[in-house]
Design a protein around this ligand. Structure first.
Ligand SMILES: Cc1ncc(COP(=O)(O)O)c(C=O)c1O
Length: 404
């Protein structure tokens, strides 16, 4: 097998004279790897084993493929904010652009202070990340190795498995009957080797949430050597989410993840935060890059945190959209998982087919086969117009069954 030139960059290059005067195949022949050798054998095996994360299909790419204007595409695939970014964040980010020649505040002082203040905590409890995804990675960096285990629910957010694999740890998947985390079973799965337990609440892609009582029962059983991660990327959407910050305040080994990507509408900025007991937060600080959150993102996030009008408007649009889908899906007899977040898991049958057919009509939803849910699609709640368009296209696609 011939390796691309980029894969051979560590091999000694032929002199430029020879390189240009002889047939390129002659020059490179000794450098091609034999059919049984691949570059993978020189790579970290855990990276080779990784199944790369598949993001929602981008609007521009879809528009190009369909020959449409990007404004005609409805993307309801990545649980983004359909209202756009916080208007206050946009103003702050424009101002911050003027200082783009200066490195960002690596310690994120202003943003961390504001986050700490809003939860009545200390700045030492707050860690910033390049999206909350980065904090998931930092947690794995800090606590996992080849001998350790990470526990998550069967249909938990896929990045946990990806990161456990990357660090060579064992990924323990605990069944989640009815798509709800079974915290008793997750507690029972803890061993001496367990270092991280992830509880996504509400969970993506199911939208389900575990209640306070189940969490408290679980926390009473968790030993010292286990760090519990409450991933609350969608925390702001449910009316009465459980309180897990009390465990941070008690100094338990927990980390609560939040993000500016969803309710604040800053997904492109890549900024999230973790609230952790001080010793846990201090370790995570060591594991990050010096300037992991850029200055524009810090400025936008700081302003968004105070933009209560945008937060309230987003929640209200989400509530209305959720009610619309629940009513319309029930009327059609289409099964869905009741959701506490800003998306719905819907059983359409043949999810890949439904995704492809809806895409042809300019509506991007998310197929769920990567979550071993081939009969389901996930649809983010959009604006009223987006929701109507999405349902109209879903109706049209479901009228024509997939060829088996
Ligand atoms: C449950 C959950 N956690 C974390 C994330 C990562 O969010 P971000 O990295 O944009 O903060 C997502 C994104 O969709 C998510 O659904």
């Amino acid at each position: 097998m011939r390796m691309p030139l980029t894969a051979l960059k560590h091999c000694s290059a032929p002199s430029s004279e020879k390189y240009f005067s002889r047939n390129i195949d002659q020059v490179l022949a000794p450098l091609y790897l034999s059919p049984v050798m691949t570059i993978d054998q020189y790579a970290n095996q855990f990276v080779c084993d990784l199944v790369a994360y598949e993001p929602g299909k981008p609007i521009d790419e879809t528009a190009r493929e369909l020959g449409l204007d990007p404004s005609q595409i409805v993307k309801v695939a990545s649980n983004e904010n359909p209202l756009g970014p916080s208007p206050l964040a946009k103003i702050a980010m424009r101002e911050a652009l003027e200082e783009s020649h200066i490195y960002p505040d690596g310690g994120g002082f202003r943003l961390r202070s504001a986050v700490a203040k809003s939860f009545d905590m200390d700045i030492a409890n707050v860690i910033l990340g390049n999206g909350s995804n980065e904090i998931i990675e930092l947690l794995c960096h800090t606590f996992l190795n080849r001998d350790s285990e990470l526990i998550a629910a069967e249909h938990a957010f896929v990045v946990y498995k990806l990161m456990a694999t990357l660090f060579g740890a064992k990924y323990i998947k605990v069944p989640d009957p009815g798509f709800i985390h079974d915290l008793d079973a997750m507690a029972a799965a803890i061993t001496e080797k367990t270092r991280l337990v992830f509880i996504a609440n509400p969970n993506n892609p199911t939208g389900t949430m575990v209640a306070q009582e189940a969490i408290d029962r679980f926390m009473a059983k968790v030993p010292e050597h286990v760090i519990v991660v409450f991933d609350e990327a969608y925390y702001e959407f449910p009316d009465s989410p459980p309180d897990v910050l009390k465990y941070v305040r008690e100094g338990r080994n927990v980390c609560v993840l939040r993000t500016f990507s969803k309710i604040h509408g800053l997904a492109a900025l890549r900024v999230g935060y973790g609230l952790a007991s001080k010793p846990v937060a201090a370790l995570l600080q060591k594991a990050r890059q010096p300037f992991n959150v850029n200055a524009i993102a810090q400025a936008g996030a700081l302003a968004a945190l105070a933009d209560t009008a945008h937060i309230e408007q987003t929640r209200s649009v989400n509530r209305a959209g959720m009610a619309f889908y629940e009513k319309e899906l029930a009327a059609r007899g289409i099964e869905y998982v009741p959701s506490f977040a800003n998306f719905l898991l819907i059983k359409t049958g043949a999810g890949d087919h439904v995704f492809k057919e809806m895409l042809k009509q300019g509506v991007i939803v998310r197929a769920m086969s990567s979550y071993q849910l081939p009969d389901w699609v996930r649809i983010s709640i959009g604006t009223e117009a987006q929701n109507h368009r999405c349902l109209e296209v879903l109706d049209a696609v479901l009228l024509v069954p997939a060829a088996i």
